[in-house]
Design a protein around this ligand. Sequence first.
Ligand code: HSE
Length: 319
Amino acid sequence: MNIKEHIEFCEATAPSSTANLGPGFDVFGLGLDLFYDKVSIHKLATKNGRIKIILGDDTNIPSQVIENSASLSVMKFAQKYKIKDDLDIRITKGVPIGLGLGSSAASSAAAVIAFNELFQCRLTGNELLEFAAEGEVSSAGVKHYDNVAASLFGGFVIVRTSPTLQFIKVKTPKDLILVVCVPDIVTAAKKTKVARSLIPKDIPIKDLTKNLSNACIIVSGFFLQDTDLIAKGIIDTIVESARKILIDGYDEVRSNALGSGALAVTISGAGPSMIAFTKSTKNARKIGNAMEQGFIDSKVKSRSYICHPSNEAKVISKF
Ligand code: HSE
């Protein structure tokens, strides 16, 4: 017999992530053990289908339910399962907003994990992914699954959306080190939507072939647990060249990272953070400093971080 626990409060946490990894636009996501969001959901005694965002110290996040990725995901989840309980949602941001580190996705992923536990829905990974992706509409204007998949499941995740939603999580090599350089700038509210609008609508077949082969190299690298091979595939000929104009210092950061021994460097998600790949713990700080210098040369302050792939989102408290 399946007896449901009675839970009134649940809090979950989900990691930051990087999407695309160069050629894997909207397909590849990698969870980053760097920043974490926490989302708690409190089930109230009333049942009017009301969702309220309780703002803490972080007043930078949208307070309208459909503008906020966490509450939008919860709203879609509750509607689908006809759950009418009034809910208070509290979001504690750890992932910097609008900088290409999957901030909205981390909130959505934590919210979906907390809601699933609170109402004992026992959804499959695919179902959780579908609701978490709903939250992305609030910032990107469309559902994209790469960041939410990485935040939900951790590690390296490949997502296919058509004809049916499917994700594959692949183990990450132990020697994979990421150097993330985060510029100290405030981006437009719908930055991802703007960055997506720059992507060319028509793609020459030769560029498509290059990207496809590089994406295959990345996937092979993860399956073979070969960081050098992964890095060889991190070259994008379609999206990155269209978007780099949004990042002051892009060329300098890129060439400084490679000049300091990085195996690969690319835009993290829709940017403006940049991410470099290395196997050398010794070299990682040097790469980070060189990337910061690249931003300084364009009069942009930044801060670099060294991290590894993350684990999955999880429940941290319930009663
Ligand atoms: N794949 C998405 C994009 C990720 O590049 O627009 C956004 O973080």
